[in-house]
Write a protein that binds this ligand. Structure first.
Ligand code: CO
Length: 286
C-alpha cells in the first residue's frame, strides 16, 4: 500500500549516516557523507563532502584543474577561503557565509584552491544533479559573497543563512534553480530552540548537524553532531535543539527520478554519455 504524504504530516528521521573519511583533489582530507557505499545518493543529491581542518597538510593541495559535466556543484564555506578559476576565464574567492552554485552543464574545467596557508578551512560541497534536458546546457555561475546571502535573525536568537528556498518568516535565498527548486538553509538555534519549516511534500530532504544535537519530528529522534539524517515523507519539518546551541544544514529538493550514470567528475544518464564525456575531455572539447 502506498500513502500520499499530507502537507500537515511532520517529517521523521528515517535513516542516519556519519559518512566516511575520504581523500580527494590533491590529498584533501574530508568526510564524504553522500556518495558512499552506505548512501550512494539522495536524488537529486549525488554527493556531499564536508571538509574541516586547521592542519594545512590536510587541505593545502586543494583541487587542481579538473572537469565536471552533467550536474551542479554547490560550495558553501563556514571558515577559510577558496579561490576558483575555470577554463572560461571565470575566477573568484568564496568566503565564509558565501556560496558558489555552479551549473557545470556540458562541461567546465576548473580548480578550487585554498586561499590560505594556515588556519581553519571548513565547508561543504554538494553535488546536485541536472535533469537530462539540462545536462548539456551552457555552464553558469551563481556566486554570492556573505553580504549578499540573506541572514534571518529571529527574536529567540535563531539565525538562518538562506542560500536557497524561503523560510517560514519569508526570507528568500539568493540562488535561483528551476530544475529541482532547492532549499538550502544554515540554521543556528539557541539551546532548546525550536525550528519549524514547511517543505514541499514531494522533496527529498536531509539535515546535517554541524554542532550540537537535535531532536527531530514528533518522535523526537535524536540526531547527533556531524550526522546526516534523511527525512521521510511530510510537508513540515519540526525540530528542537537539545541542551546546547545547535547548528545544522537543512537541504531539500525535488527528485529527478531519472537514470544516473556516474564516471568520476561526470554524471550523465547513460554509460555511453559517460564515455563521450571522457572522450570530449581528453580531446579538449570542454
Ligand atoms: Co570541482
Amino acid at each position: 500500500m502506498t500513502t500520499t504524504p499530507q502537507p500537515a504530516q511532520i517529517r521523521e528521521v528515517v535513516a542516519t549516516t556519519p559518512g566516511m573519511p575520504a581523500t580527494d583533489g590533491d590529498g584533501v582530507k574530508m568526510t564524504r557523507i553522500i556518495g558512499t557505499p552506505e548512501l550512494n545518493m539522495l536524488d537529486p543529491f549525488l554527493l556531499l563532502d564536508a571538509f574541516e581542518s586547521d592542519q594545512p597538510q590536510d587541505y593545502i593541495g586543494g583541487f587542481p584543474s579538473h572537469p565536471h559535466r552533467g550536474f551542479e556543484t554547490v560550495t558553501y564555506l563556514l571558515a577559510g577561503r577558496m579561490r576558483h578559476k575555470d577554463n572560461a576565464g571565470n575566477e573568484g574567492v568564496i568566503e565564509p557565509g558565501g556560496v558558489q552554485w555552479m551549473t557545470a552543464g556540458k562541461g567546465i574545467v576548473h580548480s578550487e584552491m585554498p586561499e590560505q596557508e594556515d588556519g581553519l578551512l571548513m565547508g561543504f560541497q554538494l553535488w546536485v544533479n541536472l535533469p537530462a534536458k539540462a545536462k548539456m546546457s551552457d555552464p553558469a555561475y551563481q556566486e554570492f559573497p556573505p553580504a549578499q546571502t540573506p541572514l534571518e535573525r529571529r527574536e529567540d536568537g535563531t539565525e538562518i543563512r538562506v542560500i536557497a528556498g524561503t523560510t517560514g518568516e519569508g526570507t528568500t535565498g539568493v540562488v535561483q534553480n528551476g530544475f529541482v527548486q532547492p532549499t538550502y538553509l544554515d540554521v543556528s538555534l539557541p539551546a532548546g530552540g525550536h525550528f519549524s519549516q514547511a517543505v514541499d511534500p514531494g522533496d527529498n530532504a536531509f539535515l546535517f548537524v554541524i554542532d550540537g544535537e537535535l531532536e527531530v519530528g514528533r518522535q523526537a529522534t535524536y540526531l547527533g553532531r556531524r550526522t546526516l539524517g534523511i527525512l521521510g515523507e511530510g510537508g513540515r519539518i519540526e525540530l528542537r535543539a537539545t541542551s546546547g546551541a545547535s547548528r545544522f544544514l537543512l537541504v531539500s529538493a525535488q527528485p529527478l527520478n531519472e537514470p544516473v550514470a556516474r564516471g568520476g567528475p561526470f554524471v550523465m544518464n547513460t554509460k555511453e554519455e559517460i564515455i563521450q564525456a571522457f572522450d570530449d575531455y581528453k580531446h579538449n572539447r570542454f
